[in-house]
Write a protein that binds this ligand. Structure first.
Ligand code: 26Q
Length: 819
């Protein structure tokens, strides 16, 4: 069919939505009025919205193709998308039409939205950042494609049984996923195993082919990414692994049919499950398969589209394409692009290397040396023999360059080598990414500085021009407009609605900060949101939060460096004060913790259990009453954060300074008018710079002080010199919180007293308690707190991912520059 007669654009009014809602219920889903359930209603509404996305999606694709513009590709093992319906409704401005349509049936849009399962294809910050970036790229109309894996099982569902985490599989695709379109025609083949074979071609040049491999199919599933009210719809392409037809050869082997069909499984395992570890899980072959599967399928996809248009002429390729590597997870792409250019398209090494190093850019997300990815050379060679050869060649040429700059410095060559020598040699993926990229960025100012001074200092000395900072941001559509409709309305009424795409316009609030009416409405909105959060806490934890109390919240992955333990110590300290009747000028406080522990992370699981045990004591002690509540919210996820951030007063960002690369939850809280209590770590520093010292509760050692104190750190002396701290430790050590579970908290408690505690929890205890007291005092002064809250929202403009993406585009991608 050479052309399809254009269809009339779908109307956006209530009547048209109603028509399509009913059409999908009856014709697509085959429902009758009697059988209708909430899931059908959600699906029919989602399909009616999807129809409207679809026409914008094809026209965006067409437009970007016609413009022949430069494109960027965001390669990420994780996209933590959450729900799609509410976001699409906001971005297409369909809310009032949908309300009108649903009203006739007595349905509320919110109830239908609740039916959608979160797309939880990520662990935490890094995965959610990828999702925010896609939203901003579409809103800025940048031609950026997200490439990832369509995991059959996303991040596990967390249940709490007797205070401890239990993991349940997240089969999010069980009832189907309305937002994806499968594109089997664009399937790619990814190979594993086998060996490299050298041959001489017709021109007498030596070439390599990779033979005796097993092939896995990569089947693309596309999800639309709508921009905000701009008719742009970009694409997130997720690959599903499928067995290739080759397995049918087994049929010739009489009697082996069943086994051969069963072997399908092996291939399909690759996209079966997300690794639920947010610091690297070393050495797992399946994880390396996932990484290569993503890198190879995505690069082949881009190259095939290029060759379709330009033939095998790659002169303009770097001018038109850029790959952003989300941490080292997809960084085998450096070697894979070399392989494809040389072995498939027959470019020479030098030209292939130029193209690679002009198109790859790498973002680092960690400062913990132990979290840097390494792969055993042996495993690599077995799984990807051709790629390990290429990596060795890249390394040889790189070390040559090092020896030119620092002649004779073999120690330095050993330190900088992509291959770490030893009994079991390892590939250092971060070094491969740095060597193969023209840009290396950190995710907050402090983080980038520490990378340049510390982890990557020798690379910075060699290539200072590669290193740059891109402070993270979050999308104000999901994290303010959609999750906090009351505040959105108040902002729109006060300063207009330009802030949705131009978040710095929130500074206009400043001139209204003394406005009595605004201040009173501001408090009302916060109370309404606290009521919703309290309802969720009551429902999921069985704990009642008094909405007049200060909502003090720490939600994020459970990690020792994030110091949830310090938070629990503070709660125990407040409990002691209540028991000691030291309650003059008391500020009632409701403390909420939430987050998942990696299934194999013993200490993190202990911290969850301790939190729940302390909660049980505190919440049931009649002496405490409403003065103090503690709850651990199970199954923290994107859709929970949408309720949490809107209803929070105090945002806990209390990591050991120098350990949190950026943090992004901190930004979501700030936008929604929470005040931060935090260390000088990650983006907290920039948050404090924006909002001003007087609107931020600072405590703790600086990154430099942490490293200096480490040398003579003596937690036992610190505890002994602090009566309150000693009481906290005494209560914990007495077994008060584990009466019938003798000894279970020994290792957590001992970690606090350990002079080698890497997170130095004791060092910041007193300073934390003091800052918490200042926060409590400020909260009791309602007028003062209202000012702080308004100013936090007003000064949050920098932390829009629109700003972050504009920075990436200006300094790294340079899209829309030609034409
Ligand atoms: C690696 C190898 C094998 C298995 C798993 C992994 C793996 C998976 C996820 C390693 C790390 C992650 C996730 C890291 C992460 O979320 N980092 C956070 O990134 C945020 C966005 O930049 C920052 O704000 C946080 O500070 C940082 O901790």
């Amino acid at each position: 069919m050479s052309n399809i007669k254009p269809l009339a654009p779908l109307a956006m009014d209530g009547q048209a939505i109603d028509q399509d809602f009913r059409r999908h219920l009856v014709h697509t889903l085959g429902c009758t009025a009697e059988e209708l359930d909430a899931r059908d209603q959600y699906e029919a509404l989602a399909l009616a919205v999807r129809d409207r996305l679809m026409e914008r999606w094809t026209s965006t694709r067409q437009r970007h193709a016609d413009q022949q513009c430069k494109r960027a590709y965001y390669l990420s093992l994780e996209f933590l998308m959450g729900r799609a319906l509410g976001n699409a409704v906001l971005n297409l401005d369909l809310e009032s039409s949908i309300r009108e349509a649903l009203h006739a049936y007595g349905l509320e849009i919110e109830a239908l939205e609740e039916q959608e399962l979160d797309a939880g294809l990520g662990n935490g910050g890094l995965g959610r950042l990828a999702a925010c970036f896609l939203d901003s790229c579409a809103t800025l109309d940048l031609p950026v494609v997200g490439y990832g894996i369509r995991y059959e099982y996303g991040m596990f569902r967390q249940e709490i049984h007797e205070g401890a985490q239990v993991e349940e599989p997240d089969h999010w695709l069980r009832d189907g996923y309305v937002w994806e379109i499968k594109r089997p025609q664009e399937t790619r083949k990814v190979r594993f195993g086998g060996r490299s074979e050298f041959y001489v071609n017709a021109e007498g040049a030596t070439q390599v082919r990779w033979v005796d491999t097993e092939t896995v199919l990569a089947v693309p599933h596309d999800t639309p990414i709508p921009g905000f009210e701009n008719n742009t719809v970009n694409t997130l392409r997720l690959w599903r692994a499928a067995a290739s037809d080759e397995f049918e050869l087994g049929e010739f082997n009489a009697g082996r049919y069943t086994e051969s069909v069963a072997s399908k499984n092996e291939a399909e395992h690759i996209s079966m499950v997300l690794y639920p570890n947010d610091s690297s899980e070393n050495g797992k072959e399946l994880r390396l398969r996932q990484q290569y599967f993503l890198a190879s399928a995505s690069l082949q996809d881009v190259l095939a589209q290029w060759v379709e248009k330009h033939g095998a002429n790659f002169d303009q390729f770097p001018a038109k394409n850029c790959f952003q590597l989300n941490d080292t997870h997809p960084s085998v792409a450096v070697a894979e692009l070399m392989r494809l250019l040389m072995d498939k398209y027959h470019l020479g090494w030098n030209r292939a290397w130029e193209i690679t190093t002009e198109t790859m850019a790498y973002t680092n997300h960690t400062l913990l040396p132990e979290a840097l990815e390494r792969w055993s050379v042996g495993l690599f060679r077995q799984l990807l023999p051709r790629l390990i050869d290429i990596i060795f060649e890249i390394n040889a040429r790189f070390l040559q360059e090092v020896s030119m700059k620092w002649p004779g410095d073999t120690e330095r060559q050993r330190r900088m080598s992509i291959i770490e020598e030893g009994p079991d040699p390892q590939v250092r993926m971060a070094y491969l990414a740095i060597v193969g990229s023209f840009s290396v960025n950190g995710v907050a100012a402090l983080h980038t500085d520490l990378l340049k001074q510390g982890l990557f200092s020798e690379f910075n000395a060699l290539w200072p021009e590669k290193f740059n900072n891109k402070t993270n941001g979050v999308t104000p559509r999901r994290w303010l407009a959609a999750c906090n409709p009351e505040l959105k309305q108040l902002l729109d009424n006060t300063i207009g609605s330009s802030w949705v795409t131009s978040l710095s316009d929130l500074t206009k609030l400043e001139s209204h900060v003394t406005d009595k009416k605004l201040r009173s409405e501001w408090r009302q909105v916060k109370f309404a949101n606290k009521r919703k959060l309290a309802a969720m806490v009551e429902q999921d934890c069985g704990v009642q939060f008094d909405i007049e109390s200060m909502f003090d919240v720490q939600v994020k992955r459970i990690h020792e460096y994030k110091r949830q333990l310090l938070n629990v110590l503070h709660v125990v300290h407040l409990y002691n004060r209540i028991k000691n009747s030291d309650t003059g000028d008391w500020t009632p406080r409701s403390v909420l913790l939430g987050g998942k522990a990696a299934p194999g992370y013993y200490m993190a699981k202990q911290i969850i259990k301790l939190t729940n045990n302390v909660a049980k004591v505190v919440n049931t002690d009649p002496d405490v009453g409403n003065r103090l509540k503690l709850a651990f919210l199970p199954n923290y996820r994107v859709s929970a954060m949408e309720v949490i951030c809107a209803g929070t007063d105090l945002s806990e960002q209390i990591s050991t300074a120098g350990k949190e690369a950026s943090g992004t939850g901190n930004m979501k809280f700030m936008m929604n008018g929470a005040v931060t209590i935090g260390t000088l770590d990650g983006a907290n520093i920039e948050i404090r710079e924006e909002v001003g010292d007087e609107n931020f509760f600072l405590f703790g050692l600086t990154a430099a002080e942490v490293e200096a104190q480490r040398l003579h750190y003596d937690p036992n002396a610190i505890i002994a010199a602090d009566e309150g701290f000693e009481q906290v430790m005494a209560l914990l050590e007495s077994g008060f919180f584990n009466q019938f579970e003798s000894g279970i908290f020994d290792s957590v408690i001992q970690s606090i007293r350990n002079p080698h505690d890497p997170w130095m929890v004791a060092a910041d205890f007193r300073s934390f308690v003091d800052a918490q007291q200042l926060a409590a005092d400020a909260y009791r002064d309602e007028e003062r707190w209202t000012t702080m809250s308004i100013l936090n929202t007003a000064k949050s403009g920098k932390f829009s991912s629109d700003r972050t993406i504009a920075d990436y585009n200006r300094d790294i991608w340079k899209l829309n520059n030609e034409q």
